[in-house]
Design a protein around this ligand. Sequence first.
Ligand code: ADP
Ligand code: MG
Length: 374
Amino acid sequence: MVKRIDPGQTIGIIGGGQLGRMMAISAKQMGYRIAVLDPTPNSPTGQVADVEITAAYNDLEAAKKLLQESDVVTYEFESIDVGVCEYLVEHGYVPQGSELIRISQDRAFEKKAIEESGAKVVTYELVENIDELKRATQSIGYPCVLKTRRGGYDGKGQQILYEELDLAQAIEVLEKGPCILEQFLPFEKELSVIVNRNTLGEVRSFPVAENIHVNHILLQSIVPARVVPTIQDKAKKAAEQLAESMDMVGTLGVEMFLTQEGDIYINEVAPRPHNSGHYTIDACETNQFEQHIRALIGTPLGKPKLNTSVVMMNVLGEHLQEVVLRIPDVSNAKLHLYGKSEVKPKRKMGHVNFLGYHTKGLLQQTRDLEIWRQ
Ligand code: ADP
Ligand code: MG
C-alpha cells in the first residue's frame, strides 16, 4: 500500500544515533515531527526529536508506543529484533518491511541476496567450529578473513588468517557464534554507492565514493571516486540492480571492492544511510537523509547530483579537540557534530566535508591540517 505522509505528520525512528539525528534534521526541515526510540535519554537523535521514548530497542511495549506516536516508522540501524520489526510491519506503517533487516543482520543471507542480484561476491564458506574452519581454509586458501555472521561492525568480530598458525586466534571469533570464512581480496580500492528506492518503485543512486579505512573504521571518503567512468557506471549499476532485486524501499549503502582487473565485488550492505554518504549533505543537490525520508513518504526522489568535489573526514574521539579548535576557521570545511557527550577514542563524534574544485588540493589540505595523522 503506497501512502503519502504529509508535513506535520510524525516519522518514528528506531535508534537514536547520528544517522537518526541526520534523518531527523532533514525531516524537520521538510516539516515533519520526529519520535525516536533509544535506550539512552538525550541521544543524538533525541536532542532533535519531538518525542523521545527511552527504552530498549527490542522492548515490544516501547515499540508499540512508537507506533502510536508515528505515521510512518523507519530505523537507523539494522540490529533490531526481527520479531519486533515484524510486529511493527503488521500493526503500523513500515514501508521498508522486515525482510531487509533479516537479510542484512546475517552475512550468510546477505551474501546470498547479493549473489541472487547477479553481483560478484568473494569466495566464502559458512563455518561453525574449528574442524569446519580448517576444511574451509583448505579450499579457500590463505590469506582469508573469518567474520561472525551476526553483530559485526567497524571490523569487530573479524580475524584475518595469514597462515595455519593463526587458527588458534580464530577460536575467539568462532566462540561468538556461526561464522563465515571469506577469501581475502587484494583489492585496489574500496568503493561505495548509496542507492534509494521509494514506495513508488523509483530507483536513484548517488555518485560513487572512494573510501579509505584505517583500523577497519572509515576515515575518509573521496568524491568523485578516482576511477574511470566505466567503473563508476558499473558500481552504480550493481547497487541499483541489488536494490531492485531485493525489492527494497528506503536506503541501501553498498560497500564494494574494486580489483586491479576492474572487477567489482560487493562486500556488504546496510539498509540505511551510510557513513560513506555523509559527503552528500554539503556536496549534492539532495542529501542521503532527505532522500531516505523521500523514499518513505510517497514523494518522488530528489536529484542526487554532485555539485562540487568533496573529501569527507570522519571525526573520531581522538580528533575532536583539534577539529573543534581549528575547523571552524577553515572556510571550505563544513563541520557536523553529533552531540555525543562521552568522548572515546575511535568513537564517531562527527565529520567534516571539505568542498572545492580539485580532489588533489582537498587531499593536500586535509594532510596539511595534520589532524588526521595516520
Ligand atoms: P564491517 O561490518 O566491520 O564494516 P566489513 O566486511 O565491511 O565489516 O569489513 C571491514 C573492512 O575489512 C572492509 O572495509 C575491508 O577493508 C576489510 N575486509 C573485509 N573483508 C575483506 C575481504 N574479504 N578481503 C579484503 N578485505 C576485507
Ligand atoms: Mg563494512
